[in-house]
Ligand binder design. Structure first.
Ligand SMILES: NC(=O)c1ccc[n+]([C@@H]2O[C@H](COP(=O)([O-])OP(=O)(O)OC[C@H]3O[C@@H](n4cnc5c(N)ncnc54)[C@H](O)[C@@H]3O)[C@@H](O)[C@H]2O)c1
Length: 260
């Protein structure tokens, strides 16, 4: 490596550029998935915005000035994921980035959480990532390259009351990420994002409870909730060549929550 960047393994001029890459973002109709889809498009990627809310995904695609498209997918249904994979391969030939975003929470103590609620959260948050790996991840493995980003949470690292299914699912996402990174190395990189509280529809209702909101806000060193677009830089980093030596990692985007 010299001062002349032409011989660098990663060109610093283009290390955050996503031009020429096709990215599938699931859960793209709302919140963090929406922000990531728009952010990837702004960095030059061709983005497939996929969601059970197909109309919402198409609106996000239309809000880009690129060649994004809106697609239906239910990440809890392997057949639906396989159909999405086949449509994207037909349309684009290949894809290089897969960002698995959908998630839900039911905030109740274990004694009040029903088995059905437990299963719903685990099914979407954890089994959804497993099924996406088995279907949408395979073309990356077969072509021998790409980046997978799984959406975890600070709750997959710490814990806290009323978060049993959510914390268990997100802890599972973190461990699944490490296993996939090991199984798919050295060609496909697999990493997780672990956001703190971000102002999206997922938490907006709970934010109306002032006492809860202030307690959660003060858990962040930065003394506030994050904005959805504040996850975009970390998501671009993990998708782009800037993170070419990063796999099996958990990148916190949490205003310092897990560091105190
Ligand atoms: N908002 C936060 O504070 C926060 C913090 C940490 C982690 N997260 C995680 O980030 C992810 C996104 O959360 P958000 O806040 O943007 O939520 P959100 O509710 O705004 O968006 C979730 C999206 O997932 C889609 N979706 C739901 N079920 C689906 C399915 N079966 N198949 C495909 N799409 C489906 C929804 O239609 C929606 O567009 C989740 O995994 C969540 O756990 C959020």
């Amino acid at each position: 490596m010299t001062g002349d960047t032409e011989d660098w393994v990663v060109d610093p001029e283009s290390m955050f550029d996503l031009s020429g890459k096709t990215a599938i973002v699931t859960g793209a109709a709302s919140g963090l998935g929406r922000a990531i889809a728009l952010g990837y498009a702004a960095r030059g990627a061709t983005v497939v915005c996929a969601d059970v809310d197909e109309a919402g995904a198409s609106e996000v695609a239309d809000a880009t000035d690129g060649s994004a498209s809106g697609e239906y997918v239910d990440v809890t249904d392997a057949g639906s994921l396989a159909a999405l994979r086949d449509r994207v391969l037909d349309e684009h030939g290949s894809y290089e980035v897969l960002c698995n975003v959908p998630g839900m929470n039911v905030r109740k103590p274990v004694t009040e959480l029903s088995e059905t609620e437990w299963r719903e959260v685990i099914e979407l948050n954890l089994t959804g990532v497993f099924l996406a790996a088995k279907t949408l991840g395979v073309p990356l493995v077969e072509r021998g390259g790409g980046s997978v980003i799984n959406m975890a949470s600070i709750r997959g690292i710490d814990g806290g009351p009323d978060q049993s299914a959510y914390s268990a699912s997100k802890g599972g996402v973190i461990q699944l990420t490490k296993v996939l990174a090991a199984e798919w190395a050295p060609d496909v990189r697999v990493n997780a994002l672990a956001p703190g509280y971000m102002k999206t529809p997922l938490v907006r209702e709970a934010m109306a409870d002032r006492e809860w909101y202030e307690a959660m806000r003060d858990g962040h060193m930065l003394e506030r909730f994050g904005e959805p677009e504040e996850v975009v830089g970390p998501a671009v980093y993990l998708a782009a060549d800037a993170s070419s030596f990063v796999t099996g990692s958990v990148l916190t985007v949490d205003g310092g929550w897990t560091a105190q």
